[in-house]
Design a protein around this ligand. Structure first.
Ligand code: NAP
Length: 223
């Protein structure tokens, strides 16, 4: 029986590359997107509509999942936005929009799914080292940084709650060429495929529950 991985934000960027990596490794992949505009198809790929900023959409996605699947081995919370990346001053609209997707939407999408994750399953939250409180020396991207710090705290809380049953980790995927910002697309070091390979290596490793991991450098990060 194939292992099932659910990846949020699988239409492009890191999420799409991860979906393709997991399909190539014989997983069954449930991939989400708001528009459901996937430019790839696979017999083991199930596309799911999901807008994390919309409670109704989250409920509908849960209904679909519970109707069609009786387990999810790995949940990868990848979907995320960064409207204030490359900007300095906090703006209320950006802060609310960022927290709606990266924090509240991710938490309330995850909670009901935990009962579908069997023993030895995983929850991987795609975070960022920009969310690390301990090493922060910058002043930009207030909403994005705060949202990833909050997501990291959720990782820690879940890892405490699910200890011994499901492993939970936050992953920094490296600086990756995606549309999340223009500067990433132009200047980032990694392709989405390279980042997906690094994340795959991490999920196949014997990682410790409650880890914050830099998958580009292969080292633990400070919270
Ligand atoms: N790129 C980097 O250098 C980098 C570095 C550190 C961390 N990250 C993190 O990596 C993750 C993936 O980012 P990426 O760089 O691959 O960005 P991306 O190319 O912009 O992809 C973002 C994904 O999130 C989905 N998404 C956006 N808004 C959504 C919403 N309201 N509800 C549900 N899904 C939504 C998008 O799907 P649809 O538009 O189809 O809905 C898309 O698949 C994010 O969490 C990001 O913070 C990226």
């Amino acid at each position: 029986m194939k292992k099932i991985v659910l990846i949020t934000g699988a239409s492009k960027g890191i999420g799409k590359a991860l979906a393709q990596k997991m399909l190539s490794k014989s997983y069954f992949v449930i991939g989400t997107s708001r528009s459901q505009n996937f430019d790839f198809k696979h017999k083991n790929f199930f596309p799911l509509a999901l807008d994390l900023s919309n409670s109704r959409s989250i409920t509908n996605a849960h209904q679909d999942i519970f109707t069609k699947f009786d387990k999810i081995n790995i949940l990868i919370n990848n979907a995320g936005i960064g409207p204030d990346l490359d900007t300095l001053n906090p703006k209320r609209d950006f802060l609310n929009a960022t927290f709606d997707v990266n924090v509240s939407g991710t938490v309330f999408f995850t909670e009901p799914l935990i009962k579908l994750i069997p023993e030895n399953g995983m929850v991987l939250n795609i975070s960022s080292k920009m969310g690390s409180v301990e090493v922060c020396e910058k002043t930009d991207a207030v909403a994005y940084r705060m949202s990833k710090s909050a997501l990291n705290m959720y990782t820690k809380i879940l890892s405490n709650r699910l200890e011994k049953k499901i492993r939970v980790a936050s992953i920094h995927p490296g600086w990756v060429k995606t549309n999340i910002t223009e500067s990433s697309l132009e200047n980032a070091r990694l392709s989405p495929e390279q980042s997906a390979q690094n994340i795959y290596n991490f999920l196949k490793s014997d990682f410790k529950n409650g880890t914050f991991w830099d998958s580009e450098r292969g080292i633990m990060l400070h919270w």
